[in-house]
Ligand binder design. Structure first.
Ligand SMILES: Cc1ncc(COP(=O)(O)O)c(C=O)c1O
Length: 390
């Protein structure tokens, strides 16, 4: 078979670190082991019934079998705007400040194409969600990794960024509640971020994928709640986690109208828009009963308690997450992240994500997902206890 060479843009894309992990896990699954997979970020609960019903009814509408309008259905953009007003008190113009996305991932990769040229710099959190790297690589821009350190509550230190890089920086990715560290942003930090972005003339892209998941009565804050935030950036919201809709591929970018316009222009060339029935169901998720979100939050909080209390009981000194559905656990001193992840997989068939897969400063940690039942989390704790590590 003739082999066509991929373009330089494809060659520049970073290797998918977690694909390698999936390969290792599959070998154990095929060999019939009882694996407890805490390594992924895939919500385990079904989409709420009323959202599925909305999709089924909407799928019957012949008007929706035609091309949807470019840039999404006006009713979905209006729903996103009403959702932001209700949840965060943020005003958004549905037509100029909301772009409909095929999931958050698409927007996060697209925004680099929209704002970066060859040689520009993007400021990227380390550890961080690897999809930020992909768009930057496609745009032939450079990355400066901002360490997220435990002693700084996993917030970046803007003063530590070298001056010569700052002058080239056009874009900065942030993500709170954070994947993988589970850290939260404070009001003071977002205020500092707005000043920094203004001073440096860069665009902030706040990835708010876990915006609905805060524990102990604390609600995660939207970057757009910060005074002046819309002047300097956008926020990417997804329905994947809030409504267990990861398979539906729907999200939106909100905020600065010039960035929203660039995303829309790029998408005019790639797509038309999402299936209108999906858009109608998404609007139902955003505007219908939010009881399902309260229940989901309570489920994750209760799982968090089971896991963290269990690990404390066996002597592992871990930090309890206050949001997201991850726990970020320090590995015992004698292991690297990858060695520890392999050790758990090989000896007790528990899968965790090694922290170094999220960047150099993820070394020394593993990420554990709260995406299985309390019984399975208890079983995981029992298996770890049997290793007598602590
Ligand atoms: C930090 C973060 N951002 C964005 C996403 C993308 O979500 P989606 O593309 O499903 O909207 C994820 C998914 O795991 C995530 O963890």
């Amino acid at each position: 078979m003739k082999q066509f060479q991929p373009s330089d843009a494809i060659k520049r894309l970073p290797e998918q670190f977690f694909a390698k992990l999936a390969g290792k896990v599959n070998r154990y699954v095929e060999a019939g082991y009882d694996i407890i997979n805490l390594g992924q970020g895939n919500p385990d609960q079904p989409t709420p019934r009323h959202v599925i019903d909305a999709l089924q009814a909407a799928a019957e509408k012949p008007a929706y079998h035609k091309y949807p309008p470019f840039r999404g259905q006006p009713f979905l953009k209006k729903a996103a705007s009403e959702f932001y007003k209700r949840e965060f008190g943020v005003d958004l113009d549905p037509e100029t400040e909301v772009a409909v996305l095929f999931g958050g991932k698409a927007g996060l990769v697209e925004v680099s194409q929209c704002l970066l040229n060859k040689g520009d710099v993007a400021l990227v959190p380390d550890p961080g969600y690897p999809d930020y790297w992909s768009g930057v690589a496609m745009a032939e821009a450079d990355m400066h990794m901002m360490p997220l350190l435990e002693q700084n509550d996993f917030l970046p230190d803007y003063e530590a960024i070298p001056e010569e890089l700052l002058s080239k920086a056009k874009l900065m990715f942030l993500n709170y509640p954070n994947n993988p560290t589970a850290a939260q942003a404070t009001e003071a930090f977002f205020n500092e971020t707005v000043s920094f972005a203004n001073d440096q003339d860069l665009c902030v892209v706040h990835d708010f994928a876990y915006g609905a998941i805060g524990f102990d009565g604390e609600r995660p804050r939207s970057f757009l709640e910060t005074k002046g935030a819309k002047e300097v950036g956008i926020e990417i919201y997804t329905l994947s986690k809030t409504y267990n809709m990861a398979g539906w591929r729907v999200g939106f970018a909100v905020g600065n109208p010039s960035v929203v316009e660039s995303i829309n222009i790029l998408q005019d060339h790639f797509y038309v828009s999402l299936f209108s029935a999906v858009q109608e169901a998404a609007a139902e998720a955003l505007l219908g009963s939010q009881e399902c979100v309260d229940e989901l939050r309570a489920t994750y909080e209760s799982r968090r308690n089971v896991l963290i209390n269990g690990l404390h009981d066996i002597g592992w000194d871990v930090t309890s997450p206050s949001g997201s559905f991850f726990a970020w656990l320090k590995v015992p001193d004698r292991f690297t992240s990858e060695q520890f992840a392999d050790f758990l997989l090989d000896n007790v068939q528990i899968v965790v994500a090694p922290g170094n897969g999220f960047g150099e400063h993820g070394e020394g940690y593993v990420r554990v997902g709260l995406l299985t039942s309390e019984d399975r989390l208890k079983e995981a704790v029992e298996r770890i206890k049997s290793l007598n590590l602590f």
